[in-house]
Write a protein that binds this ligand. Structure first.
Ligand code: NAI
Length: 335
């Protein structure tokens, strides 16, 4: 029996998390879900963004499946996502982006994984307002954080037989910060002579991905560039509703979709649950439940390929619930 913390989150979060939970349960796996919530809705209700019970549950279970959380723009509270990643040192944000058969995309061969440094960079939260007309943000890059994310990316590439790791940077302009990040990737790459290190400046990377994404296997980059490139890559394979993610630390892991709380479609049973379901499959894989994880991925892919029960963002007209039920019907568990 696994103990797992389940955080529904805001906006479409409860809808897509419920879908993922149903599908994971349908595999027959024995999970004791500890359902606790955090975010903007909880704040309105209880006056606190992350109640103590959430921290307690995370610290006890050490594995979390989480829905998106709304973060106000410009003013208001800091991102809970960033806070959790920093607090629990979830240093690697891993986002696989893969073409799914049945979805029309401009490219056929997209199969890459983004490794985004998750604890520092421009998301360190050190900002200062001098007066009405001047503000600054500080970008922190450390050797320790850069080395460990580069190592994760290369280890993943080696394990999964990938031939290339692209380090994405802007070291031509940010010579010290991005220069250090690039330097660490170069040092780590020396221990992996069979894997090619591609060095790509971030603006060029945006163009390369838009024109020829199959040139890339694994991308390793800093926090902000990773955030932006993830959404860009999601757009290449059919949208944010499809791309899962994992935030991994040495002792804990939080699994969540790349997308946010999508307030424009929240509560309407329209959200595509795929990204959170695939995040759940990544979680099962992390737990060593390889067959059940694969069964979920296969059922999702079959449902999308059949095309009968898919949500509006994928060109269909099914609801979140209809798509979830179709995926459950397509689940084939090998014992
Ligand atoms: P978003 O990802 O919520 O939405 C962008 C667009 O994609 C919207 O048109 C939305 O309808 C669509 N979309 C997203 N997920 C979808 C799904 N599963 N199915 C169908 N369509 C989907 O990004 P946005 O609007 O920039 O952010 C909304 C809120 O979410 C913000 O408060 C932001 O801070 C937060 N956010 C939270 C994240 C997290 O908790 N990990 C990650 C990203 C954003």
């Amino acid at each position: 029996m696994y103990g797992i913390t389940l955080i529904p989150g805001d906006g479409i979060g409860p809808e897509v998390i419920n879908s993922a939970k149903q599908i994971i349960d349908a595999t027959g796996i024995n999970i004791n879900w500890d359902i606790v919530n955090a975010g903007a809705d909880v704040y309105r209700e209880k006056g606190v963004l992350v109640p103590d019970e959430v921290y307690k549950s995370i610290e006890k279970n050490k594995i979390v499946l989480k829905g998106p959380i709304t973060t106000p723009i410009g003013c208001g509270f800091r991102s809970i996502n960033v806070l959790l990643r920093k607090k629990y040192d979830l240093f690697a944000n891993i986002r696989p982006v893969k073409k799914i058969s049945g979805i029309e995309t401009p490219f056929e061969n997209i199969d890459l994984v983004i490794f985004r440094e998750n604890t520092e960079g421009l998301y360190s939260g050190i900002e200062k307002q001098y007066d009405d007309d001047r503000a600054e943000a500080i970008k922190i890059i450390t050797r320790q954080a850069s080395m460990r994310i580069a190592e994760e990316a290369f280890i993943y590439a080696k394990k999964n037989n990938k031939k290339k790791v692209a380090v994405v940077h802007k070291a031509n302009i940010m010579k010290l910060t991005d220069g250090l990040f690039l330097d660490c990737a170069r040092i780590v790459s020396e221990s992996f002579p069979d894997i090619e290190l591609q060095e790509v400046i971030v603006d060029n990377m945006c163009m390369q991905l838009a024109m020829n994404p199959s040139k890339y296997d694994v991308i390793v980059t800093t926090n902000l560039y990773g955030d932006i490139l993830s959404d860009l890559c999601a757009g290449l394979v059919g949208g944010l509703g499809l791309v899962p993610g994992a935030n991994i630390g040495k002792e804990m892991a939080v699994f969540e979709a790349v997308h946010g709380s999508a307030p424009d479609i929240a509560g309407e049973n329209l959200a595509n649950p795929t990204a959170v379901i695939l995040s759940g499959a990544m979680m099962l894989n992390y737990l060593g439940e390889i067959k059940k994880s694969k069964a979920i991925v296969d059922a999702v892919h079959k449902t999308i390929k059949d095309g009968k029960y898919i949500t509006r963002d994928l060109g269909g007209s099914s609801s979140t619930i209809d798509m979830t039920e179709a995926i459950i019907r397509n689940l084939k568990i090998e014992e």
